[in-house]
Design a protein around this ligand. Structure first.
Ligand SMILES: Cc1cc2nc3c(=O)[nH]c(=O)nc-3n(C[C@H](O)[C@H](O)[C@H](O)COP(=O)(O)O)c2cc1C
Length: 301
């Protein structure tokens, strides 16, 4: 009922752990898989270890709206990540290695390493909104996106997923420039800021950060809808998914699967099980045999 296949990779359900949330360690990734996730995306890893920004790097918005974060791509570096990948692969669900680099060569090098470590696919982080010289700074340039995807595709044999930023008015154009990818992942966090009025300064050390959680869901659903109606590449939806109905919104907008991050903070580490049950209950009630029947049904024809 919930089984999906993307680029020939089978997922027992379409609920994949999003990059950056409890996925810097193989053990926590294994735990999330044992609690129902259909797949795992790792923390984005670069060439060298990075400490990221000083605290505070994360702020919880009121009323369950979500989080604002500027971690600054803190990560252990690719060379010390092999063991974590092996542990994550022990879980038995597909593992997608997320990477970030400054140019084509760095992305290609990291993708090759991930392939050697045994991941099922790589996800190119072309979309982090708060790390200078990386992520979104690259991901808003269609020519650069095109050449990074092309270079990585030429160097690895595993599927290449491109994760795009919503922080642009040219999302369809950028998605088209990434058409060589095997899947497009939409969206990364939305650039935002919160001010502490008593301190008269931004709450995060970096000033601005990336918004995630329920407050960004309509932006993600719109991005998936727009891109999947224009681009003939499988789309994976991400942004604000907290319930089974949120997953259905993304699927009906055109996503084949989804990634889930902030909901772990909001509903607990077993959120994948909870969402899986909500989805199954809805499908049963509506006499739908396979969730794949619903992909893109909300798109105007
Ligand atoms: C604390 C935190 C760290 C994140 N780190 C990464 C990262 O390393 N790479 C990446 O591609 N996305 C990263 N993201 C973005 C998420 O993968 C996801 O695209 C975004 O949070 C929207 O989904 P959500 O609302 O389900 O969290 C991070 C998000 C959060 C909240």
């Amino acid at each position: 009922m919930l089984y999906v296949e993307i680029n020939g990779i089978g997922f027992h359900n379409p609920l994949i752990l999003a990059s950056g949330i409890l996925d810097e360690s193989g053990d926590t990734m294994k735990r999330i898989a044992s609690l129902g996730a259909g797949g795992l995306v790792t923390k984005s890893v670069g060439i060298k270890e990075r400490q990221g920004y000083p605290n505070p790097v994360i702020y919880e918005l009121p009323n369950g709206m979500g989080l604002l974060n500027a971690i600054g791509l803190a990560n252990p570096g690719i060379d010390s990540f092999e063991e974590e990948i092996h542990l994550a692969l022990d879980s038995g669900v597909p593992v997608i290695g997320s990477i970030f680099g400054a140019d084509e060569e760095e992305f290609a090098y990291l993708a090759k390493k991930m392939e050697e470590y045994g991941v099922n696919a790589v996800e190119l982080n072309l979309s982090c909104p708060h790390a200078k010289g990386y992520g979104m700074e690259i991901g808003v340039d269609p020519d650069l996106v095109e050449s990074i995807v092309k270079e990585v595709k030429g160097r690895v044999n595993i599927p290449v997923w491109a994760k795009l930023t919503p922080n642009t008015h040219r999302i369809v154009e950028i998605a088209k420039s990434a058409e060589n990818a095997d899947a497009l992942v939409l969206i990364n966090t939305v650039k935002g800021m919160v001010i502490d009025v008593d301190a008269r300064m931004p709450v995060l050390s970096n000033g601005f950060g990336g918004l995630s959680g329920p407050c960004i869901k309509p932006i993600g659903v719109r991005a998936v809808y727009e891109v999947s109606s224009e681009v003939d590449v499988p789309v994976i939806g991400v942004g604000g998914i907290t319930t089974g109905k949120d997953v259905l919104e993304y699927i009906m907008a055109g996503a084949m699967a989804v990634e889930i991050g902030t909901a772990i903070y909001l509903r607990g580490i077993d959120v994948f099980r909870k969402i899986e049950k909500e989805l199954k209950d809805w499908l049963l009630k509506n006499e739908i045999k396979s969730i794949t029947e619903l992909v893109g049904v909300a798109q105007r024809r």
